[in-house]
Design a protein around this ligand. Structure first.
Ligand SMILES: [Zn+2]
Length: 262
């Protein structure tokens, strides 16, 4: 029986010099190194998405403290700076790639943030895959899938999978929805396209009741402290969010408890 609640960490960019407009989504190399050291120190074992799916089906076992590390978008910075740190600890991770923009730039953030960042090339990704890291799909062009007509949504999902399988030379079973944007139609099309799992950006640990085609994740942001990171691993929340949540629950209990003499 699958009983653990797994933190599926969601990273985007890792860089020694975060761009100010993208600092929320960029963890510095120094912080990333400290976070990975935290995982090692506290006995966390990294798993890949296949292991999680198998465990959810009652097959195979997980480490005592499982954690799944995901990177959205396939930024080159992750290959350059995060992968060596992961390797040093013997950790694995999954990289969700934008199949139609390999070796190009993250043009989808340009209108909002005024910058584009380099994305991994096919060669980079093949090197990752051959050294044991897992790759998943993040569509063809990084659109908001729920806003697309079903035919275009289907193309984004089906063609991304096919192009990644051709480019990497192995099966692609896992998906992350760009912007976490999905609805029932998108979810059904993801299943039809053959994806076994899909990550959303809904915040929280992933337990047995989690929807395998809209898995919860735990975001890691550039402004998180190391203590926040530790708190997120256990609750999905930063220290401040966790305190606020507990206080809110206590206040709700106080207001609903029966009053003496009434
Ligand atoms: Zn993305």
């Amino acid at each position: 029986m699958f009983e653990v609640a797994v933190p599926i960490l969601m990273y985007h960019e890792v860089s020694p010099r975060p761009h100010s407009a993208f600092s929320r989504y960029t963890v510095t190399v120094r912080e990333f190194t400290r976070q990975m050291r935290w995982l090692a120190t506290f006995g966390y074992g990294t798993i890949d998405m296949d292991s999680l799916v198998r465990a959810r089906m009652g097959q195979g076992s997980l480490p005592d403290r499982p954690v799944l590390i995901t990177f959205d978008d396939g930024f080159q910075g992750c290959a350059d700076y995060a992968v060596p740190v992961l390797r040093a600890h013997g950790f694995t991770a999954i990289f969700y790639l934008v199949a139609g923009l390999m070796g190009k730039t993250s043009r989808w953030i340009l209108p909002e943030l005024g910058l584009e960042l380099p994305l991994m090339s096919w060669d980079s990704v093949r090197r990752l895959a051959s050294s044991g890291f897992q790759c998943g799909a993040h569509t063809l062009t990084h659109p908001r899938l729920a806003r697309l007509p079903p035919d275009r949504c289907r193309t984004e999902l089906v063609d991304a999978r096919r192009q990644l399988e051709d480019g990497i030379g192995g099966p692609i079973h896992h998906l992350a929805y760009p912007f976490g944007d999905y609805d029932e139609t998108v979810r059904a099309l993801a299943a039809e396209a053959g994806y076994v799992s899909a990550c959303s950006t809904r915040k929280g640990l992933s337990g047995a009741a989690d929807d395998q085609l809209a898995l919860h994740r735990v975001p890691v942001y550039g402004h998180d402290s190391l203590l926040d990171f530790g708190c997120r691993l256990r609750t999905g929340l930063t220290v401040r969010e966790s305190v606020r949540f507990r206080l809110g629950r206590m206040a709700a209990r106080f207001h609903t408890s029966p009053k003496v003499g009434s």
